[in-house]
Design a protein around this ligand. Structure first.
Ligand SMILES: [Zn+2]
Length: 67
């Protein structure tokens, strides 16, 4: 599945299917009862040609991960 990420070095977005979950993802609720994802993703960046790490909440549609 392709997801969009933003390279923190170049500040440009890219679509890639070369991502993986580093460890495990979990759904956590904050103190207002809003659900969000906890965990970390590793993504191969086509601009830097290296791996960046993202929090699921930093990508546009993190709940897509559960579809
Ligand atoms: Zn990059």
């Amino acid at each position: 599945m392709e997801l969009m990420f933003i390279c923190p070095v170049e500040n440009r977005d890219f679509l890639t299917s070369r991502w993986d979950i580093a460890g495990s993802l979990s759904v956590i609720s904050d103190h207002q009862g809003k659900k969000k994802l906890g965990g970390r993703m590793e993504v191969f960046c086509p601009y830097c040609r290296e791996t960046h790490f993202f929090k699921p909440e930093e990508i546009p549609c993190p709940l897509e991960l559960f579809k």
